[in-house]
Design a protein around this ligand. Structure first.
Ligand code: PA5
Length: 430
């Protein structure tokens, strides 16, 4: 029995016949590189093991201040500077209404829609507002534009007090945002220079917004710490993150080019987006890498379930399952049974959902779709912290297995350069 908190199994192992032993040496080499490298963006590997009491205290102190003085926190950021916070917030706070010990947290600067920013501004009037602007580089266009608009709004509305209601999270040494923060005396949190955007969710980037939303950040970090300890093992046989990375790699080399992450809890939809960015930006380079796609079941079984079962055999599926979900409801008995559903009476919705997961997994596996199952005991802050770290470690291993750098994103620059050329040309024409 594995001591890991997350179990990885592949349902159709019998016909896929993955020879794990051929990976032993490359996994051990990459493991050493990840653990020992000092000059790369690998600060996230040991961060959960370091003493973080002071950081937790300062985040909780500002979070308490925000909750006491505001109805709403607007988080400005894009990519790795917002997806993690949104993922955790949505996964661990109630579907309707707010967490009792949190306030509303909304996001801006993750798009350039005029309608979005206009409607967001219009929605602020009745609420007391704080802003947390997050950008490692300090100059990404989407959040910079949103911050310009929201900074002006805050100054107009709160006057000098605005500078107390704006909190900046950025690199400690470089960037325009750091300069703006220093000039206006905004309070600052630091993104460690050796932690890149999509690996930064367990730093103040993710922690401040979710603390304000009411998530227990201590528990989340405890879960990440547990993962950092258990996944420090270089031996493939004892490291579930590496085992998952190797299964993905084996399927990739067999010709499956799409990984479909699937869960049965709608709260995880934004976690899917975080996962998609983590793997997509880390692996998709040099004409290599799995395309990360996601589905939320059972909703999507009625949308693209047909393709998954019977369409082009390009994908494998990774089913993410939490055995215990906090809230549940029992199907009521109905004396008239007009809908013929009494055979389900008194059963729990979550159990029916789990049975539908089992049925889906078997049907897909029998239909020839390789199915990996990732199972955790409970959907709570502790297990979520564990899962986040598990995926980051698996992702770094996966990228190195196809010989690409997990920590850069050179392809993202292409659209920025073209957009800037077009915007500058439009400016000249004006
Ligand atoms: O993973 C990454 O590094 C990127 O997705 C960045 O997080 C994203 O581009 C935002 O960058 P920044 O935080 O510098 O504004």
């Amino acid at each position: 029995m594995s001591t890991q908190l997350l179990q990885t199994t592949i349902l159709n192992e019998q016909f896929l016949k993955i020879d794990y032993s051929q990976y032993n040496s490359s996994v051990a080499t990459i493991h050493r590189h990840l653990e020992e490298s000092k000059d790369e963006l690998t600060g996230w590997i040991n961060a959960p093991l370091e003493d973080n009491q002071e950081l937790i205290h300062s985040i909780q102190t500002i979070a308490e201040e925000i909750k006491a003085n505001a109805d709403l926190l607007v988080v400005i950021g894009i990519g790795g500077s917002y997806l993690g916070a949104k993922a955790i917030q949505d996964s661990l706070t109630p579907y309707f209404g707010q967490q009792t010990d949190g306030i509303e947290v909304i996001y801006a600067g993750q798009n350039m829609s005029g309608a979005y920013i206009n409607q967001l501004l219009n929605s602020l009037a009745e609420k007391e507002v704080y802003i947390n602007v997050i950008s490692k580089s300090g100059s990404t266009m989407e959040p910079a534009l949103a911050f310009r608009v929201l900074r002006q709004y805050m100054e107009k509305r709160y006057g000098e007090e605005a500078s107390e209601r704006i909190v900046v999270t950025t690199d400690p040494e470089i960037g325009l945002l750091r300069e703006i923060a220093a000039f206006h005396h905004y309070r600052q949190f630091v993104i460690p220079p050796n932690i890149g955007g999509r690996y930064s969710v367990l730093t103040p980037v993710g922690l401040l917004p979710i603390a304000v939303a009411g998530v227990d950040i201590k528990e989340l970090l405890e879960g990440a710490k547990e993962a950092a300890m258990l996944l420090k093992e270089g031996n493939l046989e004892h490291n579930e993150a590496y085992r998952y990375a190797v299964i993905r790699h084996a399927l990739y080399t067999l010709g499956y080019k799409v990984e479909l992450l699937a869960s049965f809890e709608p709260a995880l939809a934004n976690f899917h987006d975080w996962w998609k960015q983590l793997f997509g930006e880390s692996e998709g380079k040099d004409q290599k890498g799995l395309f990360p796609a996601t589905v939320n079941y059972s909703t999507d079984l009625h949308a693209i379930g047909q393709f998954i079962q019977d369409g082009s055999p390009i994908l494998f599926e990774t089913l993410l399952h939490f055995h215990e979900i906090k809230d549940d409801y029992q199907v009521p008995y109905d004396a008239r049974d007009e809908d013929r559903l009494n055979y389900l009476a008194n059963r729990s919705f979550n159990k029916i959902n789990t049975t539908s997961k089992q049925g889906t997994a078997i049907a897909h596996a029998e239909g020839g779709v390789p199915v990996i199952q990732l199972e955790l005991a409970k959907l709570d802050a502790f297990h979520f912290g564990y899962l986040i770290y598990f995926f980051m470690k698996a992702c770094a291993m996966s990228a190195y297995l196809i010989d690409v750098n997990p920590f850069d994103q050179p392809g993202v620059e292409a659209y920025k350069t073209k957009m800037l050329q077009l915007l500058t040309a439009e400016d000249i024409k004006k």
